[in-house]
Design a protein around this ligand. Structure first.
Ligand code: ZN
Length: 265
């Protein structure tokens, strides 16, 4: 199932996306749900919209946190001139950095080098702490696509990455959350990033140094995860610069494509 958050002009709502490509007899549609399926039982309202007329929003606004993982692909750590860390290297992005598909990434004035990082993201579905490996699948609500936008210059000059990773608009998520895949399936999907149509990243999630199960075990060993919290699993090799006017798209096979344009305010 694909769960989107959308607006047709009024308040945001959650809905189930059905794509004509799946053999449906309708055009791409979104069927409205009675509430937020991440945190409550929901039903269909009976209302259905064509996807074209719905504006997709970030599929989740993390209630408490977005956890990022640095240098989780060996080739990416190497291109940044670092050793791959023995344990996951974690950081937080504030929930106020989250934006949805087609929303602009704002190039901040004090920044001189902005970068894209295409990533597979997972969305937590339960309050959980100290999750053992065999229960990780149970606490994941689903998967989405992320762009871990980073101010590379500030990342080099600030000891902590709060500014480099945390500016408003630095966490595009979307286009929706998929709920039907297992941890094993998501452990081998292609992640592709394009800038103005040129392919820049194209690697499998199987190249993660610390896989999805290990990340959830490691993170939940130090912090309570809440429904709607998001974990970004790290970026493959091929990171590079974003400039105002660039259109950046991240595709994760089996989920979809997240596209945003960079603007200077
Ligand atoms: Zn990243």
């Amino acid at each position: 199932m694909r769960i989107a958050r959308f607006s047709t002009g009024g308040d945001p709502a959650f809905g189930i996306v059905e794509l004509a490509a799946d053999g449906g007899k309708y055009p791409d549609t979104v069927s409205t749900l009675t509430g937020d399926p991440i945190s409550m039982p929901v039903q269909l309202t009976g209302e259905r919209h064509e996807l074209d007329v719905a504006r997709l929003l970030a599929p989740v606004i993390p209630r408490s946190k977005v956890v990022g993982v640095g240098r989780n692909y060996a080739a990416h750590a190497a291109e940044m001139g670092h050793e791959a860390p023995a344990s996951p290297l974690l950081f937080f992005k504030p929930n106020t950095s989250v934006i949805g598909p087609e929303e602009p990434i704002i190039y901040p004035d004090p920044v001189s080098e902005l970068a894209y990082e295409g990533e597979l993201a997972l969305v937590i579905g339960r309050i959980c702490r100290d999750i053992p490996a065999e229960r990780v699948d149970e606490v994941i609500f689903g998967y989405t696509v992320a762009n871990d936008v980073t101010a590379r210059d500030l990342q080099r000059t600030d000891d902590q990455w709060a500014r480099a990773k945390g500016y408003d608009t630095f966490c595009p998520l979307g286009p929706w959350i998929t709920t039907h895949q297992s941890v094993e399936e998501m452990g081998d999907v292609m992640i592709t990033t394009t800038v103005d149509g040129q392919q820049r990243q194209h690697d499998s999630s199987s190249l993660m140094l610390h896989g999805i199960v290990e990340l959830v075990v490691y993170i939940s060993a130090f912090t309570t995860l809440l429904p709607g919290d998001v974990i970004l699993t790290g970026t493959p090799a091929g990171v590079g610069e974003l400039l105002p006017g660039h259109e950046v798209s991240v595709t994760v096979d089996g989920i979809g494509t997240l596209t945003n344009t960079v603007i200077r305010k």
